[in-house]
Design a binder for this molecule. Structure first.
Ligand code: ATP
Length: 235
């Protein structure tokens, strides 16, 4: 579904992603774990076109996309839910969701259907549809950000730190929904600081250290890897 080959991304002169190669197969959840500042968010931004790599290639369903704008990449079926939620605080919940559907055009029925799908996953968003997004709790804002990202009915769903700052009960709920979203056929790339949860949810996993992929494999194998256990699972 997505293939990165030797991707190199810079912020000005700062060389952040170093020959990053990754592959996401259709229908799987892959996770990218690593310490703060390793380059995980930069990887997602490079896939969604917010940043362009200086070299290397990114293929989406066999088509090269590394030079395309975020708008074009969204239209090709990629949705990026950024770290920190970034909801529009002064807009209602329903308006935030509608913003996520802009690529669907103005067809009311299609937008209604998309809303129904999101409300099924996150019933609280329907209950609070007229509430200003800025007044939602952190967990509700995370659900809103995830819901907004689903409104375009993406094939690939990029999720950046969905559990950040949430109480354990809410984290469980968020991960339960991630499983449901995947079962609906979406391919997911999950960046997550909670390595234990990430590895128990994902099929494949990548460890990133100072901009390089240092370990990759089946998530269950990484959970048993002595280095991963020590460095990321606190065991
Ligand atoms: P975290 O979990 O802390 O978000 P991360 O693995 O997602 O970590 P990135 O946000 O991708 O890390 O950052 C990778 C490196 O790039 C860091 O050294 C960071 O300081 C740097 N960086 C990120 N954004 C910018 C920017 N806009 N300008 C310059 N440097 C940046």
């Amino acid at each position: 579904m997505i293939k990165l080959t030797e991707v190199e991304t810079f912020y000005g002169k700062a060389h952040v992603l170093k020959r990053v190669s990754m592959e996401l197969k259709e229908g799987e959840i892959a996770t990218l774990i690593g310490a703060n500042g390793a380059g995980k968010s930069t990887t997602l931004k490079t896939i969604s076109g917010v940043l362009h790599p200086l070299s290397g290639t990114i293929e989406l369903m066999g088509k090269r996309v590394e030079k395309l704008s975020p708008m074009k990449i969204v239209r090709m079926g990629v949705s990026h839910v950024p770290e920190g939620r970034r909801v529009f605080p002064d807009m209602m919940v329903i308006e935030n969701l509608q913003m996520g559907a802009f690529v669907l055009g103005n067809d009311r029925k299609t937008i209604e259907k998309a809303l129904e799908r999101v409300y099924q996953l996150f019933p609280v968003l329907q209950e609070r549809s007229k509430q200003l997004a800025g007044t939602l709790s952190g967990g509700e804002q995370q659900m809103l950000a995830m819901g907004r990202g689903l409104m375009s009915d993406p094939k690939v769903y990029l999720l950046d730190e969905p559990s950040l700052g949430l109480a354990p009960k809410l984290v469980d709920k968020i991960f339960e929904v991630i499983g449901q979203i995947n079962k609906q056929g979406k391919t997911i790339l999950l960046v997550e600081q909670n390595a234990y949860l990430a590895l128990s949810t994902a099929h494949r996993a990548y460890v990133m250290e100072t901009g390089k992929i240092t370990i990759e494999g089946k998530a269950s194998d990484l959970s048993d890897n002595e280095y991963v256990k020590k460095a990321y699972l606190g065991r």
